[in-house]
Design a protein around this ligand. Structure first.
Ligand code: ATP
Ligand code: MG
Length: 159
C-alpha cells in the first residue's frame, strides 16, 4: 500500500513527545510539506521509527537534543535520526544490528530492553527494499539513516 512517511513520523513524534519533554530533551523535526509516497506496511514502518526514536530518547541524557530530518533524493525517501547522547563504541558498531546485541551490561541493566529494536528495524527496512545505517561517536551522539525507495517522483502532502 502506498504510504506517506511524513505523516507516520509525525504520529510517532506526537506519541513520544510527553516523555521527551519530561526528560528535558528537545526534539526538532524537519519534515517537508510534500514527499513522494513509498510502498510499505504502515504499522511496520511506524514500528521502525518508534524503535529508533525510543533509542535516541533512552540513550540521550537529560537536556539532550534529538533531530529528525527527512529528504527525498535519488528516488529514495531518507530519514535521519540524530541525537546528542552517549554514543556507541567503535568496536560495537559492526554488531549493533544483531539480535539481542547490547553495548554493555551496566548500560543495559540501567536502561532495560532486550536488544531487539535495531534488528527488527533492519529486518523491516530491508523487507521494503530499503537500507539502514548507523554512525556514532562515543560520548557525542548517534545518527541512524533509513532510506526507503519512493514509488515515483510524484509529491504528496504530508499534512
Ligand atoms: P530494545 O530496543 O529491545 O528495547 P535495546 O534498545 O537495548 O533494547 P536495540 O534498540 O537493538 O536494543 O539497540 C542495541 C544497542 O545499541 C542498545 O543496547 C544500545 O547500547 C545501543 N544503541 C542503540 N541506539 C543507540 C543510540 N541512539 N545511542 C546510543 N546507543 C544506542
Ligand atoms: Mg532499542
Amino acid at each position: 500500500k502506498p504510504i506517506d512517511i511524513g505523516t507516520i513520523l509525525k504520529n510517532v513524534i506526537t506519541k513520544m513527545d510527553v516523555n521527551i519533554k519530561r526528560k528535558g530533551q528537545t526534539i526538532k523535526a524537519n519534515i517537508p510539506e510534500e514527499l513522494p509516497e513509498v510502498f510499505a506496511d504502515n504499522d511496520k514502518v511506524e514500528q521502525v521509527f518508534q524503535n529508533i526514536l525510543s533509542n535516541a530518547y533512552k540513550y540521550t541524557p537529560e537536556g539532550g537534543k534529538i533531530y529528525i530530518d527527512v529528504e527525498y533524493a535519488e528516488k529514495m525517501v531518507k530519514v535521519t535520526f540524530k541525537d546528542t547522547g552517549v554514543g556507541i563504541p567503535k568496536e560495537d558498531l559492526p554488531r549493533i544490528f544483531e539480535r539481542f546485541y547490547r553495548v554493555d551490561k551496566t548500560r543495559s541493566r540501567e536502561m532495560g530492553g532486550t536488544g531487539l529494536g535495531l534488528s527488527i528495524a533492519r529486518e523491516i527496512v530491508q523487507a521494503h527494499g530499503g537500507e539502514i545505517s548507523i554512525s556514532s561517536e562515543l560520548g557525542k551522539g548517534t545518527s541512524v539513516i533509513i532510506q526507503i525507495p519512493a514509488i515515483s517522483g510524484q509529491l504528496v502532502s504530508t499534512n
